[in-house]
Design a protein around this ligand. Structure first.
Ligand SMILES: NC(=O)c1ccc[n+]([C@@H]2O[C@H](COP(=O)([O-])OP(=O)(O)OC[C@H]3O[C@@H](n4cnc5c(N)ncnc54)[C@H](O)[C@@H]3O)[C@@H](O)[C@H]2O)c1
Ligand SMILES: [Zn+2]
Length: 367
């Protein structure tokens, strides 16, 4: 067991299910040591990664974890990996690798790999140790923390999944160097979301340092990741299973966002769709008198400043409603949206009538 133990950037405080989160350059090289420090009796390891990420960083991860004799399993890149079939194939791979209860599953990739590998690890042998090693800005700044795992069904995104917290998170910000600019922007949407719902200073930082982020400035990106995760952790700590009306705030922008993502058939990235969804929700909040108009403008300015289009591409409004009714926040088919009340202030969850939602989407639509 190699020894090395830098201090975590933050800790997610969930009692027995709590875990450290490491953020910074060269974290991946130290991954084996981090696992060793956390679970010295660990035996066996599977690294789940996607094609492109595996090509770039699979070797580095496997080398760092060599004391656990890792097996590398590769899934397709992107959203198409989040299926029952892929989960089932992964579990077959765990069996073939001889992974038992002492085993560790490492999710090395973007949010799709994290959601899929997390799901498979959470149901295999009723749950084995999961390490999140996120490689996109979106997964580093958001999805690696909180323990939501998922696969998609043809009916809707993330319809099947578990709450299952990782044992540790290792976010190597050096890996963001190879991330295409479009993926950086997509990740920034979730960071802006965290700013709007809880942290005005984080929101201002995205506006002020947008050029550095888009230019791939590692220091700036690491600062955004740390601050963004601190917001995420606070919502998760206060409402781990989304039953107290707090964690649901993290779904800001996601009802319309998921629908657009779905209807675009993969043409719109998750974060891009969330930016559109936030714009629609904020417009609705303005028309309900919940949000001052200038806050909507500020949000637009910051989103557009990092290259995110806030206008919804032409989608069929009825199709959109059909998808939105299946959103997990819907109750008895009634659509509920997280509506912002100010930059840095706690949003509210409100029921929205279908014509009102259609109008808001159409007003924000292009083409
Ligand atoms: N569990 C949660 O709490 C949570 C939160 C937010 C989003 N999500 C989910 O996350 C998913 C989106 O994640 P994402 O945006 O990371 O997408 P992704 O996993 O599809 O990754 C985006 C692309 O970047 C590539 N890539 C990854 N790392 C790279 C690197 N370092 N260099 C170069 N290329 C790299 C991938 O191969 C992929 O093609 C969605 O499915 C969404 O539902 C989950
Ligand atoms: Zn999201």
């Amino acid at each position: 067991v190699p020894a090395l133990n830098p201090s975590p950037a933050l800790t997610v405080n969930l009692g027995e299910r709590g875990y450290p989160v490491y953020v910074g350059p060269r974290v991946l090289e130290g991954l084996g040591a981090l696992v060793g420090a956390h679970a010295p009796d660990a035996m066996g390891c599977v690294v789940v990664t996607s094609e492109s990420v595996g090509r770039l960083y699979g070797g580095l991860a496997a080398d760092s974890l060599r004391w656990l004799k890792p097996t590398v399993l590769t899934v397709p890149d992107g959203e198409q990996a989040k299926t029952w079939d892929q989960a089932s194939a992964l579990i077959g791979g765990f069996v073939a690798a001889g992974l038992d209860r002492r085993g560790t599953v490492v999710a090395l990739g973007g949010g799709t790999v994290g959601d899929l590998a997390g799901f498979a690890a959470s149901i295999y042998l009723r749950g084995v140790r999961l390490v999140q090693a996120p490689t996109t800005l979106l997964s580093q700044a958001d999805s690696c923390v909180g323990g939501k795992t998922a696969v998609n069904l043809s009916e809707a995104k993330n319809l099947v999944g578990t709450f299952s917290q990782p044992a540790l998170v290792a976010a190597d910000t050096g890996l963001l160097r190879s991330l295409p600019r479009r993926e950086v922007a997509s990740g920034l949407a979730e960071v802006v979301k965290h700013g709007v719902i809880a942290d005005g200073a984080l929101f201002r930082m995205i506006g002020d340092r947008s050029r550095e982020f888009l230019g791939g400035d590692e220091e700036a990106l690491a600062a955004a990741v740390r601050r963004s995760l601190a917001v995420k952790a606070s919502f998760v700590e206060g409402d781990e299973r989304e039953t107290r009306g707090l964690r649901v705030c993290l779904n800001y922008g996601h009802t319309v966002g998921h629908a657009v993502e779905r209807l675009s058939g993969g043409g719109v990235r998750h974060g891009e769709a969330v930016a559109m969804g936030m714009d629609v929700a904020a417009s609705l909040a303005v028309s309900r008198g919940l949000l001052p108009e200038k806050e909507l403008s500020r949000q637009r300015l910051v989103l557009r400043g990092v290259g995110l289009d806030t206008r919804v591409p032409g989608v069929d409004a009825r199709e959109l409603l059909r998808v939105a009714r299946r959103d997990k926040k819907a109750q008895g088919g009634r659509i509920r949206l997280v509506l912002p009340t100010g930059i840095g202030s706690r949003p509210v969850l409100e029921e929205v009538a279908e014509p009102e939602l259609v109008r808001a989407v159409e007003e924000n639509m292009v083409g």
